[in-house]
Design a binder for this molecule. Structure first.
Ligand SMILES: CC(C)(COP(=O)(O)OP(=O)(O)OC[C@H]1O[C@@H](n2cnc3c(N)ncnc32)[C@H](O)[C@@H]1OP(=O)(O)O)[C@@H](O)C(=O)NCCC(=O)NCCS
Length: 153
């Protein structure tokens, strides 16, 4: 199986929308409309197997020194094959290229992130996050996601 990890392009909007929508229905991700995906397509990386998009992830700049991993997901049937780790590797590479020293995520998949060099931290240390996505999140006052952080410098 050959996995290609590449920058997303506009023709990926539909598969990205479907994948994120499915995880949003399960309460694992925040939904993204097709319009938002079109606008933010440059922030997304996709993983392809035999020309089919089977995974995605994106970076969102939260401040001068902090970037967040968002919308990270792998299609059912392709989990546990290292594809998520490949996407994380690519996102970390891009953050390093942009000289951003810290990368974080809010997640339920703590062991996956630990495996990829992140450590669990207190989410209160990210006020930037609270003022971007969390303000419009239905779980705002009962957030049970775990914050993870990796220092890149
Ligand atoms: C979390 C996720 C992105 C990991 O991607 P992946 O390609 O399955 O991960 P990898 O193969 O690179 O790494 C495997 C690790 O992922 C974790 N994992 C989570 N769900 C898994 C599953 N269904 N099958 C296998 N591994 C899974 C385990 O920690 C596993 O570690 P192990 O191999 O030591 O047991 C993927 O399982 C997924 O899409 N989950 C649902 C969406 C989600 O929660 N995204 C995170 C939002 S921040």
């Amino acid at each position: 199986m050959t996995v290609v990890c590449r920058q997303a392009v506009l023709s990926d909007v539909d598969p990205l929308f479907e994948m994120i929508e499915e995880y949003a229905r399960q309460g694992i991700m925040l939904p993204r409309s097709r319009k938002v995906l079109e606008r933010q397509i440059g922030d997304f990386v996709v993983a392809e197997v035999d020309g089919v998009v089977v995974g995605c992830g994106s970076l969102c700049l939260l401040g001068q020194d902090l970037v967040e991993v968002r919308s990270l997901g792998i299609s059912e049937g392709y989990k546990g094959m290292g594809i998520g780790s490949k996407i994380i590797e690519e996102l970390i590479k891009q953050a390093r290229e942009r000289q951003i020293p810290k990368i974080m995520a809010l997640t339920y998949e703590v062991s996956f992130f630990k495996k990829n060099g992140f450590t669990v931290v207190d989410k209160e240390i990210f006020p930037e996050k609270v003022w971007t996505d969390c303000v419009s999140c239905p779980k705002q006052h009962a957030c049970d996601e775990i914050a993870v952080l990796k220092m890149l410098s």
